[in-house]
Design a protein around this ligand. Structure first.
Ligand SMILES: [Zn+2]
Length: 485
C-alpha cells in the first residue's frame, strides 16, 4: 500500500497537474484506513494450501483469527449462530448448505492481540465433491457484539484424477462391514508443477466414497505397481523421484460412522519408505513389452477370497489353482507381446460384475476365464471349454484344441453356455474348465506345478492361434456358428 502511495506521489511530482487530485483523495483514503481498523476487532484470514483438489480428498481450509478488540475475547455459539461458519457457492453461484449433523466448533478464547490458526477440513461439513469451482469465505460470529466478521473470498477447484488401476475386494470378517465389497482405485493428477498419486476406497454399487487421499508425488511415466495381499491390504510401489521408489501400504481398518458413512483411515496404516529404483526395473521392462500388439488379454482367475470354488468339502481349493494357472498364462502371453490384464492377481474376492467391468474397459481385448471343474461323482473327468457369443467360438475352439489336445484328460468338448462372465463381456470371451479337482487323478495333475505350466502354455497357444485353428480341426465336438442364435 505504501509503495503504491509512494509511486503515486512520485508520479504526481512529475505531473503537477495531478497534485489537486491527490490532495482531494488522500483525506478520504485516510478515513477509509481508519474505518477499516475500527471495524476489524476480529480479523479473519482464509487460505487453502492448493487451488485444486481431487473429489473427496480433504479440502483443508486454514483460518487465522486475530483478536484486535483490545481485550481477551471468547468466540462461542450463541443466538442460534455457530461462531465459525463458511459461506460457499458452487460453480453456478448456488449456495452450498452445510451438511446436517456437522460437528460444531468448540468455543475459542483469544488473548488480546493474539492470532489463532485453525485447520478445518470442509469435506465432512459441506458437500464439496462435485467437480467445479467453489467460492468460500469464512464468517466469525462475535456474540459479545452480535456481529459477523468476514474473511476475503477464496476459490478452490474440485476435479477428478485419472484412474490407472482398480481392484474390488471383500471387506474382511470382523471389520464391521463384512460381506460388503470395496473398490480400491489408484489415480493420478497432474498439477501445474508435479503429478500426484491418489488412492480411493469406495463402494461402487452405492457410489459412497469412503476415502480419497494422496500418496504423494509420482513420476507420471512410470506405472505404479499395486498388489492386494491376503488380508486385503493394498500395497503400492510407485516412483516418487527419478531414483526413489516410494512404498505405501494401505491398511484397511474400516470403521463406519453411522451418519456420515465415512471410513476412518488410520494414518499409521500408511507407511512410506524408499526402495532402490533398480529393484523394480526388471518387472517394469517386462510388462512394457506389449506395445507392438494392440490386443489386450483379460485373464480371469476364477473365484478367490472367501469364494473357494468347487463343491463343499472339496480338498483341493479351486481358487488357488485358477490363480496359479492364470498368472502363468499372463507371463506366457506377456512374453508373446500381449498386453495382459488380470481381474485378480491375489487371493481376493472379485464380484462377477467387476470382472466384466474390468474387461469391458479395454478396447480390442479378449477375455479368458480359468476354472477347474468339480462333481459329486469322483469319476467325472475331462476338459471342457465354454463360450457364449458367436464372436467367441473361434477363440474357444482354438483354446480347447490346445488344452484338450495336450492334457491326458478326457475331451468333453466345446460347449455353449450363458455363464455370467461370458454374457456380460462385450468381446470374445471363453471359460476353460481345466479338469476335475474332485477326480483323484486330475486333482493330482492340477497340484503339479509343471502340469499347471503346461495348461497355461496350451491356453496361450490357443490365444495366439485363435484366428487359424477353428477351421483346421473338426474331430472334437465343436459347436458350429449356425447353432448359435
Ligand atoms: Zn469355477
Amino acid at each position: 500500500m505504501t509503495r503504491l502511495l509512494r509511486d503515486h506521489i512520485a508520479c504526481v511530482r512529475t505531473r503537477r497537474s495531478r497534485a489537486d487530485i491527490l490532495r482531494r483523495v488522500l483525506p478520504w483514503f485516510c478515513i477509509f484506513l481508519f474505518a477499516a481498523a475500527a471495524e476489524a476487532q476480529v480479523q479473519v484470514d482464509l487460505k487453502f494450501k492448493r487451488l485444486q483438489f481431487i473429489a473427496h480428498e480433504p479440502v483443508v481450509a486454514t483460518v487465522a483469527i486475530t483478536n484486535l478488540a483490545g481485550r481477551d475475547i471468547e468466540l462461542h455459539d450463541a443466538d442460534g449462530q455457530s461462531w465459525l461458519g463458511f459461506e460457499i457457492t458452487g460453480s453456478e453461484e448456488q449456495p452450498i448448505p452445510p451438511l446436517s449433523g456437522a460437528n460444531r466448533e468448540p468455543p475459542l478464547r483469544i488473548q488480546a492481540g493474539q492470532r489463532v490458526t485453525r485447520q478445518i477440513d470442509l469435506t465432512p461439513l459441506y458437500p464439496v465433491h462435485e467437480y467445479g469451482a467453489y467460492h468460500v469465505r469464512t464468517n466469525i460470529y462475535f456474540a459479545d457484539l452480535g456481529k459477523f466478521f468476514y474473511s476475503g473470498t477464496r476459490v478452490f477447484e474440485v476435479t477428478d484424477a485419472r484412474p490407472i488401476w482398480q481392484q474390488t475386494v471383500g471387506v474382511p470378517d470382523g471389520a464391521g462391514a463384512s460381506g460388503e465389497v470395496r473398490t480400491y482405485s489408484l489415480m493420478t493428477n497432474r498439477f501445474p508443477d508435479h503429478t500426484s498419486l491418489y488412492v480411493r476406497v469406495q463402494d461402487q454399487d452405492t457410489g459412497v466414497v469412503y476415502a480419497t487421499y494422496s500418496l504423494g508425488r509420482t513420476i507420471s511415466f512410470e506405472q505404479p505397481q499395486a498388489e492386494i495381499d491376503r488380508s486385503n491390504q493394498l500395497h503400492v510401489l510407485h516412483c516418487a523421484a527419478p531414483r526413489a521408489w516410494s512404498y505405501a501400504r494401505h491398511k484397511r481398518r474400516p470403521v463406519i460412522r453411522r451418519n456420515s458413512f465415512r471410513i476412518g483411515l488410520a494414518a499409521a496404516g500408511l507407511l512410506t519408505t524408499f526402495l532402490a529404483c533398480s529393484s523394480y526395473a526388471a518387472k517394469s521392462s517386462r510388462s512394457s513389452g506389449g506395445d507392438s500388439s494392440p490386443i489386450t488379454v483379460v485373464i480371469d482367475a476364477g473365484h478367490g477370497g472367501y469364494d473357494r470354488g468347487g463343491i463343499p468339502g472339496q480338498r483341493v481349493s479351486e481358487k488357488d489353482m485358477t490363480l496359479d494357472v492364470a498368472q502363468r498364462l499372463g507371463r506366457a502371453l506377456e512374453a508373446s507381446g500381449y498386453r495382459v490384464v488380470m481381474t485378480r492377481n491375489s487371493d481376493v474376492f472379485v464380484p462377477l460384475g467387476t470382472r466384466c467391468a474390468i474387461a469391458n474397459s479395454y478396447r480390442n481385448a479378449i477375455f479368458v476365464s480359468v476354472h477347474f471343474n468339480s462333481a459329486t461323482r469322483r469319476g467325472a473327468s475331462g476338459i471342457e471349454t465354454y463360450f457364449y457369443s458367436r464372436d467367441s467360438l473361434a477363440l474357444a475352439s482354438a483354446i480347447h484344441h490346445y488344452v484338450a489336445g495336450g492334457a491326458p484328460s478326457e475331451n468333453r468338448g466345446v460347449r455353449r453356455r450363458g455363464y455370467y462372465v461370458l454374457r456380460r463381456t462385450n468381446m470374445p470371451a471363453v471359460l476353460v474348465e481345466c479338469g476335475f479337482l474332485t477326480n483323484p487323478t486330475e486333482a493330482a495333475y492340477a497340484q503339479n506345478a509343471s502340469y499347471r505350466q503346461k495348461l497355461a502354455e496350451a491356453i496361450a497357444a490357443g490365444v495366439r492361434s485363435r484366428n487359424s485353428v477353428a477351421s483346421s480341426f473338426s474331430t472334437t465336438r465343436v459347436a458350429t456358428a449356425e447353432s448359435i442364435p
